[in-house]
Design a protein around this ligand. Structure first.
Ligand SMILES: [Ca+2]
Ligand SMILES: [Ca+2]
Length: 382
């Protein structure tokens, strides 16, 4: 008797479940993706197996929301520069003869329209929407990829009802302290940084930048100590901008010590390969400094940095430095003292592979920029 009741119940459940099953709502979803700053990533809009017989589709892909308010916006890829039509690519299951277009008129979203007379079914990619990750995107931040205002119709013009699943786009790269690159800062990061500090572990530029807490371009125990604090949830030892500011002021202190020919290497280690300042390039800088060291002795240099302002330009960390400078040296030829000084000198520095270097004002190169004839070296510094 009991067994029969169970059978009856099962039969009833099946009878109830079966018709419901055939009407299971299909899911239209955004496949989560990742990408590096500056990359174009194809965002796939997927139909699952329960989305059947779609002939036309319209929806908005909204990518305006990021995990950080500082995150620069993602951009649609335009068919032509300045146009309002966004590039899209239909999936392989969409029958030929189906027409499609997409609008990038509203910021932070792409509105897609696909229309045809022949139905197509999941599972598979309905359409791919390429998005440009800005070059200055922040590593490990993520963007929400939301589907809104979805309308699907079958061949007969009946609405195909689906549920929607959103996705995310995560920016690649290492966040500060995450030397192992697994997305969290823990004791393993501190251990790896310690091995890096004593030369037991090789590392990439990304890892150097993630490990270098005080931003002086090298890994030492002070960086390891800072990572340990992060791992333990203690207040940070260094705030990046403060650490950068200190690194630049330290560079000026090292420049003050550069008073002989043998110090030329130290000076040049602070000059970017792309240096161009007041029309003089890197070679001109080096030639002028070498010439000055060769023709002067008792050199005395001092700097007073009055302001350092940071900006992120095209994905690069740049610092605008204002300072006063004084230089004096005795001429080898006749022993006379030459002096140069200037106030509110300005120099642009750039962060290259974790090290701050002078890049200059990028003023147009002069033909004679390699000639060491320029008597003044203070002009090369700001
Ligand atoms: Ca880690
Ligand atoms: Ca360091």
């Amino acid at each position: 008797m009991r067994k029969c009741t169970l059978c009856l119940l099962l039969a009833l459940t099946c009878a109830l479940a079966l018709p419901a099953r055939s009407q299971v709502k299909g899911v239209l979803s955004v496949r989560s993706a990742g990408g590096a700053p500056g990359e174009v990533v194809g965002i796939e809009i997927l139909m699952d197996a329960n989305v059947r017989g779609v002939a036309s589709a319209q929806f908005t892909l909204d990518f305006s929301r990021a995990s950080s308010i500082k995150a620069p916006p993602l951009q649609p890829v335009l068919l032509q520069p300045g146009a309002q039509e966004a590039k899209i690519q239909l999936g392989p299951m969409v029958p030929s003869g189906t027409i499609a277009t997409a609008s990038a008129r509203s910021g932070g979203q792409v509105m897609v329209g696909i229309a045809g007379v022949t139905g197509f079914s999941g599972p598979g990619v309905m359409v791919t929407v390429p998005l440009q990750i800005p070059a200055n995107a922040i590593p490990r931040t993520s963007y929400e990829l939301q589907l809104r205002d979805v309308l699907l119709y079958d061949e007969l013009g009946n609405q195909v009802s689906v549920s929607v699943k959103n996705g995310t786009l995560t920016i690649a790269g290492l966040m500060d302290g995450d030397v192992t690159g697994d997305g969290v800062v823990d004791i393993r990061d501190a251990l790896l940084a310690l091995r890096m500090a004593v030369g037991l572990a090789l590392y990439t530029t990304d890892q150097l930048m993630a490990a270098d807490a005080n931003k002086d371009g090298r890994i030492t125990v002070i960086d390891v100590q800072a990572i340990l604090r992060l791992a333990l949830g203690l207040p940070p030892l260094f705030i990046p901008e403060e650490a950068y500011r200190k690194a630049i002021i330290d560079s000026y202190a090292r420049l003050e010590q550069a008073i002989e020919r043998k110090d030329l290497l130290t000076v040049m280690s602070m000059v970017s390969r792309d240096y161009l300042h007041n029309g003089v390039n890197r070679e001109g800088f080096q030639a002028t400094f070498a010439n000055y060291f060769d023709t002067h002795y008792d050199i005395n240099v001092s700097f007073r940095v009055t302001s350092v302002e940071f900006e992120r330009i095209e994905g690069q960390d740049v610092a605008f430095v204002t300072f006063d400078q004084y230089l004096s040296g005795r001429r080898t030829s006749d022993g006379r003292i030459e002096e140069e000084q200037s106030q509110n000198s300005k120099m642009v520095w750039i962060l290259e592979s974790g090290v701050w270097k002078m890049i200059g004002n990028q003023e147009t190169e002069r033909p004679m920029s390699r000639e060491p004839s320029e008597p003044s070296i203070t002009k090369l510094l700001g």
